[in-house]
Write a protein that binds this ligand. Sequence first.
Ligand SMILES: C[S@@+](CC[C@H](N)C(=O)[O-])C[C@H]1O[C@@H](n2cnc3c(N)ncnc32)[C@H](O)[C@@H]1O
Length: 221
Amino acid sequence: MTDRTAVIPSETAFEQHPLRGRFNAAFFHVMDPYIETSLREHKRRAFADLPEEVVEIGAGAGANLPYLPHAARLIAIEPNRYMHAPLRTAARRRGVRLDLRDRTAEDTGLPDDSADVVISSLVLCSVRDPAAVLTEIRRILRPGGRFCFVEHVVAESGTPTRTAQRMFRRPWAWTFEGCSCERDLERDVRDAGFGEVSIERYRIHTPFLPFNTQIAGIARA
Ligand SMILES: C[S@@+](CC[C@H](N)C(=O)[O-])C[C@H]1O[C@@H](n2cnc3c(N)ncnc32)[C@H](O)[C@@H]1O
């Protein structure tokens, strides 16, 4: 039987950094419209028909609030406290009932089988242990519930994007709080024990070359 218990406690899974924490909160707040332009069509598919209550891991400054239905309740798992003020403001503006938890995706504190839908965008690249997070998502999803995601992933080997990912991996990870541009997250999701998984691979075109290879999809518990 698969062990469905996450093992990494919150305090070891995320380091609150005063400088980079603030920088990332400001960066994603300011860059949100630009990132959205590249991701919108993929998010529309992955985040279609969300129910009134959604759990989001790594909700950041609220990039995915526009995909929630009117008057939705969002349980947001967000360990970077510098993201909390912009997220609260954005949720108020959009009329979303925000239940913000200062926890990590490895250890959400939510009960077993309690969520119909968990969403994420650009988060599995940043968590310390994607497999532990996927185990935690499966634990909190009800049977038949869905995990909807949009993530950036490692490029095919031998491509210029892959070379750029290798070259920039250290400054990239340092700047973006541990974000890896070299993760095969499609494999991680497929190996995580979900019942049914559908994943679309695509490429976007931004000057942030390591970020341009992406996946979006839905995995059912
Ligand atoms: C690249 S940002 C993306 C934010 C937002 N989802 C978006 O699309 O704009 C990564 C987010 O993941 C959060 N994060 C990092 N490690 C995490 C963890 N272990 N558990 C939950 N969230 C985490 C960061 O604080 C940050 O808000």
